[in-house]
Design a protein around this ligand. Structure first.
Ligand SMILES: *Cc1c(COP(=O)(O)O)cnc(C)c1O
Length: 376
């Protein structure tokens, strides 16, 4: 029996998601991919409404992609940036979004600057306010980082950024599926998310939300015959909804599974999920925190489902591997994934455990016992 504590990596999809994916692949074998997709056209279309409901947007503000990173890159690439512009990003930024910011800033002569964290480890909103001016075109914020339980105050960041007219791009890869993430509540302009983590969807699926007011300021460049139409010899017309950020080809089976995962989360209730994940994470944090030789490493005022820790004198890889032998699945998060945050906190690596609601409290206790055996 495994105790699965890696929903922040790639979670366990429920039966409904598996059936949808496999069912569609089987149908493609019978009638071919085009006919199979046509048969599910209404469900595929309804998927935009499902994600609109989940993410507090309208269906025309939703685009499907192949990953959170693809969503993020597509949105980022569409934000106009010129020499002298500034891009601000959070200290706990994921390397996968920090790298493109640094690269593009260097290319266009813009300035990329990290906003410091406050004493609780979350983005320092006062420091952000001091840094903001009209040259700031984009604030990139990680909602829940890859390497801790921290939840960043997205609403405060969005409100401050909007004072100077900057767009806010929220990396919600680790929050969608475990916390309420609603564009209307958070006030952010752009949201990138994945299927494979807390939402329990298939790998190779992602979503992008583009609020209508933000869309007018974007210049999507990665367009094809799905996102635009070739209307005359020299003339093209871009779609005017968020699907301008999609391209034509995709895994329809994975898309259907992704939609099924979102329906599943909505049926369970995002508030219920948040509470149940929060209870398990707290139980794990409390249990680990009481073990001699074990240090819980989660900063933040508000904490969510990711629990990180280190064990004195035992490397994170050794902890992971020893736990694996006892049937407990965790991962390691290295400094290179969140360089600024880990460097500031003097950490090279942490063990990451991320219990979803399907992990029984008794299993959490067993995992704590397994860690206590590593620490001895
Ligand atoms: C996993 C992760 C991503 C990237 O997700 P992909 O599915 O690999 O595209 C982005 N941001 C954070 C915080 C992550 O943990």
């Amino acid at each position: 029996m495994t105790i699965f504590l890696d929903s922040a990596g790639s979670s366990l999809p429920p039966r409904e998601v598996l059936d949808e994916v496999i069912g569609h692949l089987r149908r493609e074998v019978e009638v071919g991919g085009y006919v199979a997709a046509q048969e599910r056209a209404d469900d595929l279309e309804a998927g935009y409404g499902v994600f609109a409901e989940l993410l507090g947007a309208s269906p025309d503000e939703v685009a499907f992609t192949e990953s959170a990173t693809r969503s993020w890159l597509t949105a980022f690439d569409a934000v106009p940036l010129a020499a002298g512009d500034r891009v601000l990003f959070s200290e706990a930024e994921y390397a996968g979004t920090a790298i493109p910011i640094l690269r593009r800033a260097r290319e266009v002569g813009a300035v990329a600057e990290a906003v410091p964290s406050d004493s609780f480890g979350q983005i320092d909103v006062d420091a952000l306010k001091d840094m903001l001016d009209e040259r700031v075109k984009l604030v990139s914020l990680v909602h829940v980082p890859t390497n801790s339980g921290l939840v960043n105050p997205a609403r405060e960041v969005a409100d401050a950024a909007h004072e100077v007219g900057a767009l806010v791009l929220l990396d919600a890869c680790q929050s969608i599926g475990q916390l309420p993430v609603r564009a209307d509540d958070l006030g952010v302009d752009l949201i990138a998310g994945t299927g494979r983590k807390w939402l329990r969807g298939p790998r190779g699926t992602g979503v992008l939300v583009v609020r209508r007011e933000a869309a007018e300021r974007l210049h999507p460049r990665l367009v094809d015959l799905h996102s635009a139409e070739w209307v005359g010899p020299d003339d093209i017309r871009l779609r005017d909804d968020a699907r301008v950020h999609e391209i034509w080809e995709t895994s329809v089976a994975a898309r259907l599974g992704f939609i099924a995962a979102a329906r599943y989360a909505l049926a369970k209730g995002v508030d219920v999920i948040e509470r149940e994940v929060g209870e398990r994470a707290r139980r794990l944090r409390d249990g680990l925190g009481a073990l001699p030789g074990v240090t819980v490493r989660d900063p933040g005022v508000r904490k969510a489902g990711i629990v990180t820790f280190t064990v004195d004198g035992v490397s994170a890889v050794d902890v992971r591997d020893r736990l694996a032998r006892e049937g407990v699945t965790v991962t390691v998060s290295w400094a290179s994934s969140t360089l600024l945050d880990m460097t500031r906190r003097g950490l090279a690596e942490v063990v990451r455990a991320s219990p979803h609601y399907f992990v029984e409290p008794a299993q959490v206790d067993q995992a704590v016992e397994a860690v206590s055996r590593c620490a001895r």
